[in-house]
Design a protein around this ligand. Structure first.
Ligand SMILES: [Fe+2]
Length: 585
């Protein structure tokens, strides 16, 4: 039984394929068309998934799409009457959704009449919940999905038991934690789609002196037996105009219309323009926003723990990328185990919709757990060799050596320990927005200046944004105050005070690190690299940042070589090749 999940005409368009209950491949469209957060129809991603599974379109039995036009129909009609322009935009997208079988036929040059797949429409948040629970190791778990908006809901919670998900509650449009965070992100002058994580990083530099004001902006609804929240709508625009999202185009990064109102500026003062200097007031506002998000998010989780009496929780939706809030779950709620799959945001909907069909609709038992993130394209040694041969790097004076382990690991670890910046490319591309040791840039965590060097030479991003540590899983408790696994960088923990001076580069200003715990089972080669670095330096940690420069993470070896050439990376490991740049280049 083959199920194709497709997140189309929505941010982070993606595809995933589940064969007999096991995930075979999953990837976002942006990795192929090189458009960050690309929406539209993910034809490249679908083509890759079919190829990875060795299937043709004719061999797909079910297609699962994470959108159900009939969910919350009464609310949708109500808002359609109030906001005709918003309704027209949504209607256009829905027409595209109805045409997914035709879009598939078109992308594969097939006769639409021969596309016989059964198409299932899975409600957005149920697909989010499924993406987490059905990939988790838990037989029973509480479930929470929180994001901006999907099928007119922003939040949903419930319980997963075996192959069944039960929904216990939801928060409907216009109340949304995701849109709250996005609105304040815009107010603080960060206007690009997906900029929320910058504000999360900025928050560590401020004091939450506006927390009371934010408590007026988001009201936590935690009366007897209730869960949820409400926005003070006077501060927002989306309930009046509809959140203007551009979802349809595959060749453009989505944009989001203005979400905050003059009412917010009356309450908090004037908004920051994108080119205005960041002042302490802005840092304090970011800290207050983060503090209020944590109060409501952790409060909802406490209520969920209380009502379900469960100790494990699965999280999904864009808010589940808030690793700072996630790291506080263990102390602030009764939950003892947390699972967040690497594509917790809308990219993950394709996986969620596909498993929803397999487990919830078809009633099949579970036989899969996502314990690593490597579900994307990989390239053979021959393809890598061809990319190296045609790169011209050798003519430019780069030294190119083909090495076997452990020599490759020893050489790579020595390069890092020497303060050099290393591109690190092997195996299958990561699923989700984090580089987790297959498409990474790796550097020495012991050097405080490394953050600035990386920013100047490679990443060109805001100085307040932290870099992340990858640590040997077995050493987590030695360096961090929590040791629950964080294989997908979705949790931030405090670095032990006595270790902060040892790994200053990936330790944030508030003493935390958004860590990746690396096991030999999940990624033997990356584990071997960090082990070699530990053998050399005594430190079982490397700094890990994504292999890119203001673009989607590199996917193909040629893109890695191109990024290596464009930036001032010192060395590149590409499969078994070690390429080192001459000092003068
Ligand atoms: Fe979502």
């Amino acid at each position: 039984m083959n199920i194709l999940g497709i997140n189309a005409y929505h941010g982070n368009a993606s595809a995933a394929i589940v064969c007999d209950g096991r995930l075979v491949a999953a990837v976002e469209e942006e990795r192929f068309n090189r458009v960050k957060y690309a929406a539209g129809f993910p034809a490249h991603a679908i083509r890759y998934c079919l190829k990875a599974a060795g299937l043709t379109l004719a061999e797909i039995d079910h297609v699962a799409v994470p959108r159900n036009p009939y969910a919350r129909l009464a609310t949708k009609i109500l808002y359609a009457l109030r906001m005709p322009s918003f309704a027209r935009e949504r209607a256009k997208v829905l027409v595209k959704f109805q045409g997914i079988p035709e879009a598939l036929a078109h992308a594969f040059n097939a006769d639409p009449k021969k596309i016989r797949v059964k198409c299932h429409r899975v409600e957005h948040h149920q697909a989010h919940l499924a993406s987490s629970f059905y990939c988790s190791p838990f037989e029973r778990a509480a479930l929470l999905s929180a994001d901006g908006l999907g099928d007119f809901a922003s939040t949903m919670w419930g319980t997963g038991t075996g192959s069944r998900i039960t929904i216990d509650g939801a928060v409907a449009f216009p109340h949304s934690l995701g849109l709250f965070y996005s609105a304040i992100t815009q107010y603080l002058g960060f206007l690009k789609f997906g900029d929320e994580y910058k504000v999360m990083g900025l928050a560590a530099y401020g004091h939450p002196d506006q927390l009371e004001a934010f408590r007026e902006i988001v009201h936590f609804e935690n009366g007897s037996g209730r869960n949820g929240f409400k926005l003070g709508l006077g501060c927002f625009l989306h309930h009046r105009t509809g959140p203007e999202m551009s979802w349809a185009e595959a060749d453009k990064t989505p944009t989001l219309g203005k979400l905050f109102s003059e009412g917010l500026e009356r309450r908090l003062g004037p908004a920051r323009a994108a080119d205005q200097t960041l002042e302490q007031r802005h840092r304090n506002l970011a800290a207050s926003l983060q503090a209020r998000l944590e109060e409501v998010y952790l409060g909802m989780l406490r209520k969920l723990a209380e009502s379900t009496k469960l100790k494990a929780v699965c999280l999904a939706g864009g808010v589940a990328f808030n690793c700072v809030a996630n790291g506080k779950i263990f102390d602030a709620t009764p939950f003892e185990q947390v699972y967040v799959q690497p594509a917790a945001g809308d990219g993950g909907l394709s996986v969620g919709a596909a498993f929803y069909v397999w487990n919830q609709i078809l009633g099949e038992p579970r036989s899969f757990m996502m314990d690593h993130a490597y579900w994307g394209p990989e390239y053979s040694s021959e393809e890598i060799r061809r990319a190296v041969d045609s790169s011209g790097l050798s003519q430019k004076g780069c030294a190119i050596a083909e090495l076997k382990e452990p020599d490759l690991m020893k050489s790579a670890a020595a390069i890092i320990a020497d303060g050099k910046i290393l591109g690190w490319f092997h195996g299958r591309a990561e699923w989700g927005p984090r580089a987790l040791g297959n498409r990474s840039i790796v550097a020495d965590p012991r050097r405080p200046e490394m953050k600035e060097i990386l920013n100047q030479r490679i990443k060109h991003r805001e100085i307040f944004r932290p870099f992340a540590p990858s640590i040997l899983a077995e050493a987590t408790a030695d360096y961090f105050e929590k040791s629950h696994p964080s294989p997908f960088m979705t949790l931030a923990y405090a670095v032990r005070p006595e270790k902060r001076a040892q790994i200053p580069a990936p330790t944030h200003v508030d003493g935390t690190g958004r860590l990746q715990t690396v096991t030999r089972e999940a990624n033997p080669r990356y584990h071997a690299l960090i082990s070699a670095f530990r053998d050399l330096t005594g430190v079982p940690v490397v700094l890990n940042t994504s292999f890119n420069d203001n673009e989607p993470i590199v996917c193909h070896p040629e893109e890695a070589i191109d990024c290596f050439q464009r930036t001032q990376m010192d060395a590149l490991v590409l499969g078994d090749f070690l390429i080192t740049r001459p000092a003068e280049l």
